[in-house]
Write a protein that binds this ligand. Sequence first.
Ligand code: SF4
Length: 375
Amino acid sequence: MTADSVYIHVPFCIHRCGYCDFTVIAGRDDLIEHYLKCLELEIARSITSPQPVSTIFIGGGTPSYLPEPALQQLLTVVNEWFPLREDGEFSMECNPDGLTLDKIKILRSHSVNRISLGVQSFNPQHLETLERTHLAETINAVFAQLRDQHFANISLDLIFAVPGQTLSDWEADLKTVIALAPEHVSTYGLTFEKGTQFWTRRMKSQLIPAEDELEREMYSVAMTSLPAAGFQQYELSNFAQPGMECRHNQVYWQSAPYFGFGPGAASYLNGVRAMRHRSVTTWIRRVIAGESGIAETEVLNPEDRAREAVMLGLRQVAGIDLDQFQQQFSHPLPDLAPNAFDRLIEAQLLTLDQGKLRLTKTGRFIADSIMAEFL
Ligand code: SF4
């Protein structure tokens, strides 16, 4: 059982944002100590000896919310169990709010070399709608501090299609991000997931989602203005300066194996996906009791693996090399959707060029429904 990448989930946040569907817990800082103990227990039981890796991603939740001693403890555990290979990528998700200079120094001294900053918007009204606790000024100040501390790989996350957001608001956000000149930008259309507060408020007509046409236009503007500023789109939601693509996320899109630890985290090893309990308290209770933190496992048969690889591979702008695909999965890709393959190409939603299958620009707008044809 091995992999060259690891994901660690830190579930703590200052507040649960109304749209958030991640494994998150707010107002339970008393669990931080137990969480850290269980994380180390879970890792030690799974891999038994340190495992050098090429990519580490600490996500959440808000990993940077951890108080300094806890942050130090977390990173020490990760450094000990997953020594980063030379030239490795070590990302951590941070919120602008509460990312102090001391915390930035702790990250720096523990080999974190890539920061993914949850900006979401620079517009005070939309930050408020999204229930984010930071201000635009905080983003600028934190960004400058990260640069001062020699972080040379910073990604900024933005959300579009926020209720009340106009196209020019979105253009202003993109312009501000471009002016900051990070190495990487992620843009996500706001979704209303069942079970979230936003879903309930939408059902009660308290929140009105952006019109489809506006959302489409916003995505289109991102796909034009970011590349024009030197950020090449390399995945449906991701843009990077040349050579600054997120290597960890590419592991997922290329269906490569990875370790995963912490509540709600998935691992993918030897064709088996293992999902840990999403309830932080259940995960802690089970790990402390010496039981597995895994809630369910899914064994993917060769055809499942091939179908999933199409779904993930098509997310990448580079697309899927059909020969390589056949070699890797012993399955001709067109056979996975015999009724749809030619139709999608004829409709110019997919393109087949020099043996590579890709979504066209038009196809990217309806990527989910195209991918569903391969399920
Ligand atoms: S900060 Fe991020 S992870 Fe935490 S509740 Fe908000 S959206 Fe979710």
